[in-house]
Design a protein around this ligand. Structure first.
Ligand SMILES: C[S@@+](CC[C@H](N)C(=O)[O-])C[C@H]1O[C@@H](n2cnc3c(N)ncnc32)[C@H](O)[C@@H]1O
Length: 403
């Protein structure tokens, strides 16, 4: 059944009138700051292990070992809030241009190499806000939205972080209510991110068609389904769980493809993610911008190669032929560090740096990393820019299946 037309300008105006993006940002920033200061930076030894890793996280975020003590925390301190805000802006634009998947059926979202899951926190927020909007305006499609997030992450360091931080952030841990909680009550809702239980470890080797086929065979065996069954009934409708498994509406790669070798190594997996997309589903690739004057610059080569992999060949199914096309979307999105979000991050960095100082570990921060943090705290005059590439899935039915 088609969903009734909706007006995204009206929804965005509602979000902005209520200042929801900024409120959620401040809420998350305060929770993170409180958690780091009261639960993580609690001993000199622990703070030192984080301080020492800050530079590696800036310089080698693609090769650093996220299972090493202090690394996930160092990465989170430096990048989490900024990346979360990037996805606030991306999801707002997706909504504005009617590209954010809105369905009556459940919307499945997966983050690949999710780390601290900034994209999933932001996507969870936009869908929850849409549900609130639906309740306030009594618009059923929004009110009854169902979504589920999942992730691929091969580091248990990150799973551990997500488990502990989400328990705190979602208030399962009562301590959180010691924060100045009252001021947030109007925008207090949980982040729907699967704690440590993301479904997949390694992106390498992921093949969703094969997984679906395996599930099919195991259901067939479990329910002792004989060959005759298929001529009488439709397996698809008797096992909706199977039908909906391994399918996604949104696949997110945020700061994941940092080297061309990684793209080459995950060619089949990229195809499989695209193959798993439902109609009008999206693959979102977010990363550094690269140098606009050089087409051969690493990042341009990465994005060109991804386009080639996703767009060049069709995706064949029994009844349909699928294709992936890059959509027109502002390739470069940015925000000013001098704006209210930048200011909030400055105050976050300041508190964390003060805590390092109190614990007498500021001298353990490598000079370049300290310069980075101090520059972010003092300097207002820069823009945070990044590249966003979005591919959308379409289908055409094969002749004999056309209605
Ligand atoms: C640079 S971090 C990006 C984290 C996060 N997406 C963000 O935007 O901040 C890259 C992440 O990918 C994960 N990763 C790298 N290779 C992977 C693989 N083959 N399978 C699953 N996760 C992987 C790392 O553990 C790390 O969490």
């Amino acid at each position: 059944m088609k969903i009734p037309p909706y007006n995204t300008t009206e929804i965005i105006n509602w979000i902005e009138r209520n200042n929801y993006f900024y409120k959620r940002f401040c809420y998350l920033s305060d929770i993170l700051e409180y958690y780091l200061i009261n639960y993580v930076l609690v001993s000199r030894e622990r703070a030192k292990s984080i301080a020492e890793n800050l530079l590696d996280v800036i310089k080698k975020c693609n090769t650093v070992d996220y299972n090493k003590k202090g690394v996930p925390e160092a990465y989170t301190i430096l990048h989490f809030l900024d990346r979360y805000h990037r996805f606030q802006l991306i999801s707002k634009l997706l909504l504005k241009y009617y590209k954010l998947p809105i369905k009556r059926k459940k919307i499945d979202i997966i983050g690949v190499g999710t780390g601290p899951a900034p994209s999933l926190f932001a996507i969870s927020d936009i869908y929850t806000l849409l549900k609130i909007y639906g309740k306030e305006t009594n618009k059923l499609v929004f009110k009854e939205l169902k979504f589920k997030t999942d992730y691929v992450e091969n580091s248990y360091g990150w799973r551990n972080w997500l488990h502990r931080f989400l328990e705190f952030a979602n208030g399962t841990n009562e301590e959180r209510y010691r924060m100045d909680y009252e001021k947030y009550r109007p925008i207090d809702f949980r982040w729907s991110v699967p704690y440590q239980h993301g479904s997949f470890n390694n992106a390498k080797g992921l093949d969703f068609r094969k997984r679906k086929q395996e599930l099919f065979m195991s259901l067939k065996t479990k329910y002792e389904i004989g060959e005759n069954y298929f001529s009488q009934y439709s397996f698809e409708y008797d096992f909706p769980y199977w039908r909906h498994s391994n399918r996604y509406n949104l696949v997110i790669f945020s700061n994941f493809f940092t080297q061309i070798s990684l793209v080459n190594n995950l060619k089949l997996e990229l195809r499989s993610f695209a193959d798993s997309l439902r109609k009008r589903g999206l693959i979102i690739i977010v990363g550094a911008k690269g140098d606009p004057r050089k087409r051969t610059d690493d990042y341009h080569a990465i994005y060109d190669k991804i386009s080639l992999i996703l767009e060049d060949d069709k995706y064949y199914k029994k009844k349909s032929i699928g294709f992936c096309k890059k959509i027109k979307f502002p390739l470069e999105i940015s925000y000013e560090w001098s704006n209210s979000y930048g200011k909030k991050m400055q105050s976050f960095y300041k508190s964390i740096l003060n805590k390092f100082e109190d614990l007498k570990v500021k001298q353990d921060i490598p000079t370049e990393a300290l310069d980075f943090l101090e520059n972010r705290i003092k300097n207002n005059e820069f823009k945070i820019k990044w590249a966003t590439h979005i591919f959308r899935k379409g289908f055409i039915f094969k002749k004999k299946y056309k209605k």
